[in-house]
Design a binder for this molecule. Sequence first.
Ligand SMILES: [Zn+2]
Ligand SMILES: [Zn+2]
Length: 260
Amino acid sequence: MDEQLPVSSSSQSNPSWSRDELILALDLYLRHRDALPSKHHQEVQELSVFLGKMGRALGITTAASFRNPNGVYMKLGNFRRWDPEYTKDGKSGLAKGNKDEEVVWNEFASSPAKLASLVSVIRNTVNLGEQLGSQLRQLDEPDIHEAAEGKVVTRLHRARERSRKLVENKKKQALAKYGKLACEACGFDFKATYGSAGEGLIDVHHIRPLHSLEPGQKTRLDDLALLCANCHRVVHASRHWLSLDELRTTMDLPVISPSG
Ligand SMILES: [Zn+2]
Ligand SMILES: [Zn+2]
């Protein structure tokens, strides 16, 4: 569960590939599955430049050249060995790589629509970097496990949950409708338990699937759910962020119908 710490200054300047980077490389791989492009190919060069831009936007690197075209080319080779289309003839691909390649392959290679929309969110978000200000540079939070979809959408998600105005409007809406602020997963009501000390306390969680986030798009109150601090913590506690129904299942509570 612990992230590997860089062991030397050279590995610091060249950390292992992040989820986001692997997702973008997988997308390039799948579009050239039959014949991998060389390091001189325009799309390999483009991805190399883009990964540098993303690394700087996230505050991961300050290097002008972060992932060179050869590194991108090698990464495509690393995906080879997880590709059944390729290995069925007894070929094996490049053995050395990052353990996450297999995981990313398993999570996204057979869901092209989800992969395409996730790639577009990541790219659009990074391209909007300047407009998003410091949102992408937020430090990773101890209780929030980076989502399977990567750092860019993790930070986008958290930025939306922290929007003061949206949080206040969501609370106002719930108070007007139900007369209380109760957790939508477990029903916990801070005020009922803690009295006036718990007044107004509740977390706001953004429920849209990460691959469908649109950078720059307005968040609707319906995209938000009220969760108690415990439930919210559990939702984000592992790489696979739980849906509210999955959360309720872990608590042996009946799942909520989609219309709810
Ligand atoms: Zn709860
Ligand atoms: Zn959340």
